[in-house]
Design a protein around this ligand. Structure first.
Ligand SMILES: O=C(O)CCC(=O)C(=O)O
Ligand SMILES: [Fe+2]
Length: 356
């Protein structure tokens, strides 16, 4: 195992196949300033919110809305049931994603995120960009694709195997889009914004949605290696489908890491920085990470929703007054996302740079 370049030319899946325990490349190992405790933690008591119930006309809706508010103000993530995405669509998406990662390497590399084997692009199959020699690498491979705006899809990067991958991803995107809009309306209502469509409108005509199919192979050194290092999602929100048999996602609250529980066929909602900013800090974007597992591989499929990258975001004027001034500066989404990746590679949080 030679230089950084050579190691990075390998996917984590390839590394996992060739490595023995003592051979873990140093770049994957968590060092000094990080919490060394990558073991399983206690299950986080995060609520399960019934999406339909939020829109009924009775007392149950009020109770459900209070649960949602508590989750948004504390954990910044929660599980969503009764969301309307059929279990068959969810299962198909997981199976298609698993099917893709099981394809021979040569086949997957047709969708590589390295142009000419070198120049990094966000879309495609591969790992994160290596920006500095001291960056800690994550034990995961990913297929990352822009799914909306629909006319900006780079269809050549969408796998043709499994054969129905493209159709399934399209259907999953459509179904989840409706869930996202309903959730954003419920959130605007909780903040008593004048218009329930406040957040939906903020997304803009050219709102960007990306899918992240992640694959975390078995890892010979789970106590030292992140599946995905601590980060906040830079989005408005993320809808996540996690592996229903292997855990690994953890959330930080008050300095303690908690395991995020698995409830099959729910969607996990993670609030992103853009919502924290627009809600003037009322809703929290949680720090989360993925730990690895020595015996089992793990998969997840996430859809992340962002405001149009050409637009600016700032705390809603309706949420600012003398008692609570604006907590964040205005920022162009494109610049925010660029900063996010820079900070992510260093293990720091870009939202801290916007605080007033
Ligand atoms: O794989 C997971 O459970 C979480 C992935 C995640 O946090 C991300 O892709 O931002
Ligand atoms: Fe995340």
């Amino acid at each position: 195992m030679g230089s950084m370049g050579e190691e990075r030319a390998m996917t984590v899946q390839e590394l996992a196949n060739v490595l023995g325990k003592p051979d873990m490349p140093a770049q994957y190992m968590v060092r000094g300033h990080h919490d060394q405790q990558l073991a399983a933690a206690i299950a986080a008591p995060i609520p399960v919110i019934d999406l339909c119930c939020l829109f009924t006309e009775d007392g149950a809706a009020t109770d459900e809305a209070s649960k949602l508010r508590a989750a948004l103000e504390s954990w910044g993530l929660f599980l969503l049931s009764n969301h309307g995405v059929e279990t068959t669509i969810m299962d198909d998406m997981m199976i298609a994603s698993r099917g893709f990662f099981k394809r021979p390497l040569e086949d997957k590399k047709r969708y590589t995120n390295l142009i000419g084997g070198e120049e990094f692009q966000f879309e495609g199959y591969g790992n994160d960009q290596v920006r500095s020699p001291d960056q800690i690498l994550d034990w995961s491979d990913r297929l990352y694709l822009k799914v909306e705006p629909e006319d900006e899809r780079r269809i050549a990067l969408w796998p043709t195997h499994p054969e129905n991958f493209r159709d399934i991803l399209h259907n999953f995107t459509i179904k989840c889009g409706g869930v996202k809009d309903n959730l954003l309306r419920a959130m605007a209502k909780l903040l008593q914004l004048h218009d329930d469509d406040y957040f939906v409108d903020q997304l803009g005509e050219k709102a960007e949605t990306n899918v992240r199919c992640s694959y975390y192979p078995e890892c010979p050194r789970p106590e030292l290696v992140f599946g995905l290092k601590p980060h906040c999602d830079g989005t408005v929100l993320t809808l996540l489908m996690v592996d229903d048999s292997v855990g690994g996602l953890q959330v930080l609250r008050d300095g303690v890491w908690w395991d995020v529980p698995i409830v099959p066929h729910t969607l996990l909602v993670i609030i992103g920085d853009q919502t924290e900013i627009m809600s003037n800090g009322f809703f929290k974007s949680p720090v989360h990470r993925v730990v690895t597992n020595a015996k089992k591989e793990r998969l997840s499929v996430a859809l992340d929703y962002s405001v149009d990258h050409e637009r600016e975001i700032e705390p809603s004027a309706q949420l600012i007054d003398e008692k609570r001034p604006a907590l964040y500066m205005k920022v162009k989404v494109k610049d925010y996302i660029a900063g996010l990746y820079e900070h992510f590679s260093q293990g720091t949080m870009v939202i801290d740079t916007l605080q007033i």
